[in-house]
Design a protein around this ligand. Structure first.
Ligand code: ZN
Length: 167
């Protein structure tokens, strides 16, 4: 991912640009500077995606992911365009391509699968996790305490394996 350092620099240079007189020599120079930082961020992101995908392809024969509705997600979380730009869709495509290239598989679990709501231990469905700020929760049925993301990841893996084996 683009480093925080570069993101901050971009914000700073963009602020400077906005204060300059449009069309002036300085404005043009600053515009170029902003474009270069954008390019650098894009390359860092691409590099990160390739490395992350390669790491997964090396280690696993099958990778299960959740089909996230990024547009809806960015709306509900009030995330800016920059988060969308992080290219979750691009990573998905890249990973799929790299896996297939090696005769491996990417399994996408549908967005209706309640990965965060199901207790991985007992299967109880707890709607209290619909609130995205809940990072840790205790299952009302079996009493097991879950990290939101780890529990969801386990459910996605199991559902993905189920789909892969039934296909
Ligand atoms: Zn449970």
């Amino acid at each position: 991912m683009p480093t925080r350092h570069v993101s901050r620099r971009l914000a700073r240079e963009q602020r400077k640009l906005s204060r300059m007189q449009k069309g002036s020599a300085n404005w043009r120079k600053q515009k170029l500077r902003v474009a270069r930082i954008h390019e650098k961020m894009k390359n860092q992101r691409k590099d990160f995606h390739h490395k992350a995908a390669n790491g997964l392809v090396e280690r696993y024969d099958c990778v299960c992911v959740e089909d996230l509705d990024m547009r809806g997600m960015s709306r509900s979380l009030k995330l800016g365009k920059s988060t969308m730009d992080n290219g979750f869709g691009m990573f998905h495509a890249l990973l799929s391509y790299k896996l297939e290239d090696r005769g491996k598989r990417l399994v996408t679990v549908g967005r209706l699968f309640p990965s965060s709501q199901l207790c991985h231990e007992c299967g109880y469905r707890f709607s209290g996790t619909k609130d995205l700020s809940v990072r840790e929760w205790t299952c009302p049925s079996c009493g097991r305490t879950h990290d939101r993301d780890v529990n969801a990841a386990r459910n996605i893996r199991d559902e993905g394996m189920r789909l892969a084996l039934s296909a």
